[in-house]
Design a protein around this ligand. Structure first.
Ligand code: MN
Length: 355
């Protein structure tokens, strides 16, 4: 973990940051390995201090390495003011996307600093590139999700509700070692398939429906994210056509995506193909996003992104076509970006399956 903290320290140096308070749970976990809920990290040029309360002292001692543990139990702000004084910190930077306004006001009032400075996405930028240890955890989360898809093929049938499907899928993946749902699963069947984020409802699966299931699990903190669309009974010609277009777009991305490409270019691979097929206005979201300790993290793979793809990023490839009143199709895999291209982490089948 010291390696990660040292990398962060280099960034702090570049930006002349004297002391940095990390409060976002996933960032604290990334830098310290601490999995509890109450922990903060104070990083200065010479110190890495892990701050927690009495409930987590033992866990912090067990999980963290490379940091000094500091207990602040009763009154955080007074204890923190004292710690900063002891470390001679005069200028403190904080994570502007995480620290709430009330806490900021308190810091302003009580810390007696020369300056209090907002910093954006500093640790998140480091987190975009995964090391081997992180890739292994994502792979395990993906493997469990792929098994979940096989389970669905046996489970889905007309008459079952979308909610029932989501619930049984959750139970199955947790039994396989998933520790939590990566997000509220989307199970959208028939016309509801036109809702890109249609969470499972009480609608029953009917013959002729396409069913889009977007789900994932968490393994040792790391997320997987997969979408498959399957047919229950013979779908209409139009839905079959849409399926083939989405599949071609999804596979074209796999064939062409690689390190060095901008995220806008990657998005364009799928977007152009879908537009040429006549569905330009039916693909309203970006191609994908990074996954890791969070289900949505950098880079953003979309037509408005400033990010660039680099080796070691793990991103989703999830084009879709949604037609109001008819239904929709989305197909999603998780990709590890490499020098020459990408490694597809999922192995669940993608040809149209008709149950
Ligand atoms: Mn996704």
């Amino acid at each position: 973990m010291e390696k990660r903290i040292n990398k962060l320290r280099e960034k702090l140096n570049e930006k002349d940051i004297e002391a940095f308070l990390v409060t976002k749970k996933e960032n604290v976990r990334y830098l310290s390995q601490f999995t509890g809920t109450a922990g903060k990290l104070l990083i200065t040029q010479s110190d890495s201090v892990f701050i927690t309360d009495f409930r987590y002292l033992e866990q912090a001692a067990e999980q963290t390495d490379g940091c000094v543990i500091e207990e602040i139990s009763s009154n955080f702000i007074d204890g923190f003011a004292e710690l900063l004084k002891r470390k001679n910190v005069r200028n403190l930077s904080f994570e502007s996307q995480d620290l709430n306004f009330k806490t900021y006001q308190k810091f302003n009032e009580k810390l007696e600093l020369d300056s209090l400075n907002p910093v954006e996405s500093m640790v998140e930028k480091l987190r975009m590139i995964k090391d081997q240890n992180e890739i292994n955890k994502i792979k395990k989360a993906v493997e469990i999700a792929d098994q979940g898809f096989q389970f669905l093929l046996d489970f889905i049938e007309p008459g079952k509700t979308e909610k029932e499907i989501s619930l049984e899928l959750e139970f199955f993946m947790k039994r396989k070692g998933g520790e939590a749902n990566a997000f509220d699963f989307i199970t959208a069947s028939g016309k509801r398939g036109a809702l890109p984020h249609g969470v499972a409802s009480t609608k029953k699966i009917e013959k002729g429906d396409l069913v889009t299931i977007d789900f994932g699990t968490v393994f040792q903190g790391y997320h997987s994210d997969i979408t498959r669309t399957i047919a229950v009974g013979e779908p209409s010609q139009k839905l079959k056509e849409i399926y083939e277009i989405v599949l071609r777009a999804q596979q074209k991305v796999i064939a062409e995506i690689k390190a060095g490409m901008s995220c806008v270019e990657a998005d364009k691979i799928a977007r152009d193909l879908i537009a040429e097929a006549g569905y330009k206005d039916n693909f309203g979201h970006g191609l994908g996003h990074g996954i890791g300790l969070e289900i949505h993290e950098g880079p953003r793979v979309s037509y408005t992104s400033d990010d660039k793809l680099k080796t070691g990023m793990v991103v989703t490839d999830e084009p879709g076509i949604y037609v109001s009143g008819l239904g929709g199709v989305r197909i999603e895999d998780d990709l590890l970006i490499t020098e020459e291209g990408c490694e597809v982490l999922n192995s669940a089948p993608k040809e149209l399956i008709i149950l």
